[in-house]
Structure formats: structure tokens, C-alpha cells
Design a protein. Structure first.
Lengths: 194, 234
């Protein structure tokens, strides 16, 4: 057995990441990624998902960064699915929260994707949260409240029933969903390790 | 082949009260361990079209040269098996030589440098190598505890091949007297792991009459090593 190297430890993103990671035209660097994942060739229903990030006191987290990674409307992850090689849909979005702790993503609704042992996973976004006071990325998912497939999702099945709701975005109106993320305390969002 | 969970013991805990901001932001419930599915084992890919010339030279992004000690930070991005991580995005950001960030929220009364933004990015090459030209960042005060100062550091953001290899970390400089007082540095429980966040001075990448070289290799999570064939000791 060869000796494995140890990984480099995580550190907080701190409060001053915006000019490098989410410049939005305010600083010198161009935007590599944004909160809009929609490309003209992206397959799937156009949706908008929004919410707030709240701390253990219920106060908005005004300096957090969110990243999402998702499949397209047919459940295809860019990079792993050869048939997606020619589209511009990148499946990856990044945004910072505003002064109210609010985030918004414009994207397409993902399709179901394969799960462990031949199961299928309900449509979901994979979410990473970074902020001052967060020493390593928090990992959660966002599911969609209007999906019957949630009932058979193998990952939701691992979450205690009374906490599953923290992962499921509420349909607001056509193509709009809302979900608040609570880092700590009452109705604390479920965070994963994998 | 999956990414072993044991590797994650190198990371700081979510709650580290010495770093005050963790107290209200760390989850209080245990993390739910889930299997590694296609969702976790895939990740975003960035191409050269994403980058501009000089994105990795922070001293050439303005009309003039920034003040400070010019340095070249280079190294390799590897996985736990020692294999290079090629074509992966590396993003950095840092304070200027006076310890001031250009970010609007930075209130430290140290001067901004009109010739320094402090943000850079590049893709690793086929051998996992990256390099940035920049200036050595200054230390700066923060309000975590009385007379708190951050050791000089450069923030690093890396992707690697999957959602699970994503890493945000900080690179420190050897011999910094502020390190033992720094809650971020100390939040990493294992001392050997902590030292992996420290760069080393490197005469080989130091350019004569021009810039000091610092080496910083970064190790991302790697999948279980390929099982060895039945070993025959003959
Ligand atoms: Fe910093």
C-alpha cells in the first residue's frame, strides 16, 4: 500500500472574497460564474430559486457565498455526460448573499439522476455554503416541493422525517421556489457529509 | 471507488469558539452521512476561455506596479494518491502589502494601492502545476479578540474533479510570528495537517533581481487507491 498524502485543511472564505469570487462588475476581475445558469441551449424548465441564510439567532448572514451544482432537465451532469459536451450549460452557479442574507439563482429545474444501487434520486441541487465563521464548506441539498419523487429519494430517506422539510423548497408560483437555510438552532437545515 | 471519509479529519471542526464567528454559524446537529452518488462524484469544469492574460499576474493588472515585496507563489495541486490534478481552476485573493483588502467592507486604516486589486486565477497544467506573481500580503487586525492580528496569508479556492474535492483554504508564510496566536491556523486540530497550509521559501523559483519564490503544494481529496493485485513475494 502506497503512503497517501494528507489533504490540505479547509479554512474560512472570510468576509472579503467578493472581489475575487463574485465580482459582479464591481472590481477589476471578470465574472467566471454567476447566479444565472441559464444558457440558450440549456434543457429544462426555467426556474428561479430564492431564500435567505440565517444564523443561530435568526439573523441574516449577509456575507455568505452559495454554490450550486446540478444536472440539466434530463438529469445529465455536465462533464460526466458526453451528450452534454456540446452545450454551454455548465451546471454550476455561485452567488453572494445580500444585506438581507438573500440569495437568488436563475436556472433550469434538474431532472432525476441515478442514485446508489439502481435507485433514482429526485430532482435536487447540490449546495455548498461558505462564509466568515464557516471553517469548512457546509454541504446541503435543495429539493422541490412539487416533486412526487421526493417520497422515494434514497438520500432524503436517510434524513429523519421531521427534518426533511428543511431541504425542500416551496413552490411560490409558476417556476418560482423559495427555501431559507438555517445554519443553526430551530429548524436547522440538514447538512451532509460524503 | 469512493473518497474516504477519514481524510476529512484534517479539517477544522465547524464549531471552534476561539474563532468567534463560528459560534452562531456552526450547525449544532450532527452532519448526515450520505453515500457518494453521481451528484457528489461529478463537478464543474472550467476552460481556458474563462481566463484572461495576466489573471495569474497580480502585479500587472493596473497601469503601474503595486508596492510591496514581489513574490512568485507556485506549486502543484495533487490528490491524496500523489497524482496531479490537471486543468483545475485555482482562484486567489489577498490583502495588499499594507494589509488592506480592496473590498468595500474592509475598514482597516491602511492605504489602498491603486495598482493592486489582489485577485487572481489560473488553471493547473497537465502536471497539476500553477503559478501566481503577486506581492507579499501584509498582516491586518481583526476584531475576534483584543489585539487580534491575522498572519500574512493568501486565500485559495480550488475545485478538483468533483463536488467533493472542492476546497477553500489559506496559504501562510514560514516563520510568521503571528501564527501561534491565530484562531484560524489553530482551528486545524492536527499539527501536521496545519503545516500543510504553510508555504516554503524556494530559492529555485526565486528569480534573480526580481522576485522571491514560495512553494505551496495543495492536496485535494483522492479516491481510494486502486486495489493492488494479489502480491506475490517470490
Ligand atoms: Fe484574509
Amino acid at each position: 500500500m502506497t503512503q497517501r498524502l494528507g489533504i490540505t485543511p479547509s479554512q474560512t472564505v472570510g468576509p472579503f472574497f467578493a472581489y475575487a469570487l463574485t465580482p459582479r462588475g464591481r472590481y477589476a476581475l471578470s465574472d467566471l460564474v454567476s447566479n444565472n445558469l441559464v444558457t440558450d441551449d440549456a434543457v429544462g424548465q426555467r426556474i428561479r430559486i430564492e431564500g435567505r441564510i440565517l444564523d443561530g439567532d435568526g439573523e441574516p448572514v449577509t456575507d455568505a457565498m452559495l454554490e450550486i451544482w446540478q444536472a440539466d432537465g434530463e438529469g445529465r451532469y455536465p462533464g460526466s455526460e458526453p451528450t452534454l459536451g456540446n452545450t454551454r450549460f455548465r451546471g454550476f452557479g455561485r452567488t453572494e448573499c445580500d444585506a438581507d442574507g438573500r440569495f437568488v439563482f436563475e436556472t433550469v429545474k434538474p431532472g432525476p439522476v441515478p442514485g446508489p444501487e439502481g435507485t433514482m434520486q429526485a430532482p435536487h441541487l447540490n449546495v455548498g455554503i461558505f462564509a466568515r465563521g464557516i471553517l469548512r464548506r457546509l454541504f446541503t441539498r435543495i429539493y422541490f416541493g412539487d416533486e412526487a419523487a421526493n417520497a422515494g429519494d434514497p438520500i432524503l430517506a436517510l434524513v429523519p422525517a421531521d427534518r426533511r422539510g428543511t431541504l425542500i423548497a416551496r413552490p411560490v408560483d409558476a417556476g418560482r421556489y423559495a427555501l431559507d437555510i438555517r445554519l443553526q438552532g430551530q429548524d436547522e437545515t440538514v447538512f451532509f457529509e460524503a | 471507488m469512493t473518497y474516504p471519509l477519514e481524510s476529512l479529519t484534517a479539517h477544522p471542526p465547524n464549531l471552534y469558539p476561539g474563532y468567534r464567528s463560528t459560534v452562531k454559524r456552526a450547525p449544532s446537529r450532527p452532519l448526515v452521512i450520505i453515500p457518494q452518488t453521481l451528484s457528489e462524484l461529478t463537478g464543474p469544469v472550467f476552460g481556458h476561455d474563462s481566463l484572461r492574460e495576466h489573471d495569474n499576474d497580480l502585479t500587472r493588472q493596473h497601469a503601474g506596479e503595486p508596492l510591496g515585496e514581489r513574490i512568485i507563489v507556485s506549486g502543484r495541486v495533487l490528490d491524496e494518491n500523489g497524482r496531479p490534478v490537471p486543468n483545475t481552476l485555482v482562484e486567489i485573493w489577498q490583502a495588499n502589502a499594507a494589509g488592506r483588502y480592496i473590498h468595500v467592507n474592509d475598514q482597516h486604516p491602511a492605504p489602498l494601492d491603486p495598482n493592486f486589486t489582489g485577485a487572481g486565477r489560473c488553471l493547473t497544467d497537465a502536471e497539476g502545476r500553477y503559478a501566481f506573481t503577486t506581492i507579499k500580503p501584509g498582516s491586518y487586525p481583526w476584531r475576534n479578540h483584543p489585539n487580534a492580528w491575522r498572519p500574512a496569508h493568501i486565500h485559495f479556492s480550488l475545485f478538483g474533479p468533483s463536488f467533493l474535492t472542492r476546497l477553500v483554504t489559506q496559504m501562510y508564510f514560514p516563520g510568521d510570528p503571528l501564527l501561534p496566536y491565530d484562531p484560524m491556523w489553530n482551528s486545524v486540530p492536527d499539527e501536521r495537517a496545519r503545516l500543510r497550509m504553510m508555504s516554503s521559501f524556494d530559492l529555485e523559483t526565486t528569480v534573480p533581481e526580481w522576485a522571491l519564490g514560495y512553494r505551496f503544494d495543495i492536496v485535494l481529496r483522492g479516491r481510494d487507491a486502486t486495489p493492488m493485485e494479489d502480491p506475490h513475494h517470490d
